[in-house]
Design a protein around this ligand. Structure first.
Ligand SMILES: Nc1ncnc2c1ncn2[C@@H]1O[C@H](COP(=O)(O)OP(=O)(O)O)[C@@H](O)[C@H]1O
Ligand SMILES: [Mg+2]
Length: 237
């Protein structure tokens, strides 16, 4: 028997095939994290990497894609959840109480319910794949700014992860449960390192107004110089 059927519509699949063939940028909009979308995105990444002869990067990029889309959807859900429970994100005590409630409420069922609510509230997640023979740029965007707390936490996680070479050791020392286990970004950077991709090529930024973007630029061959490396002086390390 085949596995549960998780496929997007014919039209979407054809559009994706077309954009991979023509090397056009592909943008997918979602509201929650549902298996159909997740499967489709993972499959698309696989096809793109196959096209450019780097199929061995697929497992690492799939893990990263999943972590980043869940973070983006979670940020949107949190906004709705906090509004429903009158949580003021700028008040630290309130925020902590809200996060405790949010953590307890997170479940598969919550995900589909809040996916619907996010759609109604027009809070979405955009996955963009921009690729050519030189590089593959993955951007996961949600249409909310990061709150100061979130930004601090994202920065801190990236900083810790940058210094971490051993996941087990990291977990012993750093698991904090304020939001989630706080291991998603660490896992992303580990996955990059183990694929010999510079972890600095994953960035998260907000315009403080209406969007947060997680961006990963994956060089597809040795000669390609990623955007953030181009401005470095050759002697600076
Ligand atoms: N798109 C985003 N919008 C807002 N905050 C984000 C976003 N992505 C990451 N963050 C922040 O970065 C933190 C760390 O993410 P992560 O390492 O995946 O841990 P976790 O999801 O378990 O909390 C999140 O808790 C959140 O505060
Ligand atoms: Mg996460």
């Amino acid at each position: 028997m085949s596995a549960a059927k998780v496929s997007v519509s014919e039209a979407v699949a054809r559009a994706a095939e077309h954009s991979i063939r023509e090397e056009n940028r592909l943008i997918v909009r979602a509201y929650g994290f549902i298996p159909v979308t997740e499967h489709f995105l993972r499959d698309t990444v696989k096809q793109i990497l196959h096209k450019f002869a780097r199929p061995e990067l697929a497992p690492a990029l799939s893990v990263i894609l999943k972590e980043l889309t869940v973070n983006a959807a979670k940020a949107n859900f949190k906004k709705i959840f906090f509004a429903e429970h009158n949580i003021d994100v700028h008040n630290p005590e309130d925020y902590e109480r809200g996060m405790r409630m949010f953590r307890e409420a997170i479940s598969e069922q919550m995900s589909s319910e809040y996916g619907r609510k996010a759609k109604q509230a027009n809070l979405n997640v955009h996955a963009s794949f921009d690729f050519d023979k030189d590089r593959f740029i993955i951007e996961i965007k949600n249409n909310l700014p990061m709150t100061p707390m979130e930004e601090r936490r994202a920065r801190e996680k990236l900083r810790q992860a940058m210094q971490c070479t051993d996941m087990a050791e990291f977990m012993m020392e750093n698991v904090d449960e304020t939001e989630g286990a706080g291991l998603g970004l660490v896992l992303c950077l580990m996955a990059l390192r183990s694929s010999a991709i510079d972890p600095h090529l994953l960035t998260i930024s907000t315009n403080y107004e209406n969007e947060t973007i997680a961006r990963l630029e994956v060089p597809l061959h040795r000669e390609y110089l990623p955007r953030r490396h181009r401005w470095r002086s050759p002697i600076a390390s």
